[in-house]
Design a protein around this ligand. Structure first.
Ligand code: XIL
Length: 483
């Protein structure tokens, strides 16, 4: 149920564009409700401050209203769950699992085998001792995954095991140095044994930089092929997607299109692609303008397009809620999230919202509309190769990142502007059509029912727009310039 703008309400509508669009949406429409309609998960971490009760009440309110998947920022990591050998600490994780259950959210577990946030005792007691490290890692995975069996739906089993340049296995890792790369294969097998129904992911960053063998994702792809061939139970790749705004990072070589290529390659292997830690920051210290924030919104939307459009992609998870509580400062970045310091939605929030509202899956690809409701995941064993064939069969879908263009079907209806009047042609015997005008970020400017195939545009400011005309089952979308 969308609240629409009439021409008379246009002044209000354009004012809202400047102020953030939240109030232009129906009260019952949230990122979460729209994500569920589209069969995807949308989420944000619970920041560490939440666990200590150190956040304002509207943080949690927003979190549970807007998101349907959750992950702990730090509280399920090795150092949090097993700070001393064999002494497990599940308090914070339990708190999150309870919160997720109360609010009908899916739970991600993060992370089992990682080089970082490993407690000191592992290295001190067992560094370079292969046999002992195998025992320690296996025991950790057994206990942690076993504790949350049936409650944590998916795990980052291995995190960041690949180095950045000339990709190869990351050398500085207590697990790699003591065990060798087989710690990875083993971790997946142990996690699967501890909870055969959990979805198991390999998670890493810089995966949006191409899939050629010199890029990290290219190296990973070769490993995933091998794991699948060898019956290692890997079901998903998590792309952290901590990226920087294109204009401030001169070395930026990542792109949504590259990540989409990875999704398509993974589909051939029946492995999913998830975006697990998204943030799109600006360099610290620079002045971030309104148009910078709008461009950031477009990038957020382009990454969302992958999740909406690729059949084997189902999760869009942001590494934080508000810019006020974000790890990005430590990375020399700022303002990378979708709510500002005062927990007010930013243009990126609006872009995501509009995209979720207007997305219509192509008719020939039954999109994952069962994903959110499906809690009966299949039991795959190490040797099980019966996972569903989700290979992309539809090659008719274009890789365009123009969100609006996608919602058009072929139609003979079209529109043109003369002076300040919009004329709709090709309506045939139909006399009325619904006309929606969007700005180039996909944000609604107004909506009206046009009679007699004309719409008065005299209140519309000059500029470039996208118009959508719906007449019966026919829809058309095109760009318009109003002068
Ligand atoms: C970060 C947390 O946000 C920080 O609070 C913590 O100090 C360090 O870790 N990749 C990951 C996440 O997989 O676990 C990291 O989280 C961010 C990068």
């Amino acid at each position: 149920m969308k609240k629409t703008h009439t021409l008379a309400g246009l002044v209000l509508g354009t004012a809202l564009l400047g102020a953030g669009l939240t109030s232009a949406f129906a009260a019952d429409e949230t990122l979460r409700s729209l994500a569920e309609k589209n069969g995807i998960y949308i989420g944000a971490i619970l920041n560490s401050q939440w666990f200590g009760g150190g956040l304002p009440g509207n943080y949690e309110q927003i979190h549970k209203q807007q998101f349907n998947i959750v992950v702990a920022e730090n509280e399920m990591k090795f150092d949090a769950t097993e700070p001393q050998e064999g002494r497990f600490n599940y308090g914070n994780g339990d708190k999150m699992v309870k919160y997720a259950k109360q609010n009908g959210m899916r739970v991600r577990g993060h992370a089992l085998a990682w080089h970082s946030q490993v407690p000191g005792w592992v290295e001190q007691k067992y560094g370079k001792n292969k046999k002992e490290l195998l025992r320690v890692l296996k025991n950790h995975i057994n206990n942690v995954v076993g504790h949350w069996k049936g409650q944590v739906d998916e795990w980052d089993v291995v995190n960041e095991a690949i180095s950045n340049n000339e990709p190869q296995w990351r050398g500085f890792s207590v697990w790699y140095q003591g065990i060798g790369p087989e710690f990875i294969d083993s971790a997946f097998v142990w996690a699967h044994a501890a909870d055969p129904k959990a979805e198991l992911c390999y998670n890493d960053y810089n995966l949006e930089q191409g899939i050629n063998p010199k890029a990290k994702a290219g190296f990973l792809l070769e490993q995933v092929k091998r794991w699948v061939k060898n019956g290692i139970p890997i079901h998903c790749v998590g792309s952290q997607t901590h990226v920087e705004d294109t204009t401030t990072d001169k070395h930026f070589i990542g792109s949504p299109d590259s990540l989409r290529s990875l999704a398509k390659e993974l589909a051939k292997l029946n492995v999913k692609l998830k975006i697990t830690e998204l943030d799109i920051g600006f360099k610290s210290g620079i002045n971030v303008s309104k148009s910078d924030l709008e461009r950031q919104g477009q990038t957020f939307r382009q990454y969302l397009d992958i999740i909406l459009e690729e059949p084997n992609a189902d999760t869009y998870l942001i590494w934080g809620v508000s810019d006020k509580w974000s790890w990005l400062g430590g990375l020399n970045r700022q303002k990378g999230l979708i709510y500002d310091d005062n927990l007010k939605p930013k243009p990126a929030f609006d872009s995501i919202m509009v995209r979720l509202q207007t997305f219509e899956p192509p008719k020939d690809t039954a999109k994952k509309d069962t994903i959110v409701k499906d809690t009966t995941k299949k039991d795959t064993t190490v040797k099980d190769t019966t996972k569903k064939d989700t290979t992309v069969k539809d090659t008719t879908k274009k890789d365009t990142t123009d969100a609006i263009a996608r919602i058009a079907s072929r139609a003979t209806v079209s529109a043109y502007v003369a002076g300040r009047t919009l004329f709709v042609t090709g309506l045939g015997s139909k006399t009325t059509a619904k006309v929606d005008l969007f700005d180039l970020q996909g944000r609604p400017v107004f909506s009206t029912q046009c009679e007699n195939a004309t719409v008065d545009l005299k209140n519309v400011p000059e500029g470039l727009y996208v118009v959508r005309i719906s007449a019966g089952s026919t829809k058309t979308v095109q760009r318009l310039s109003i002068k």
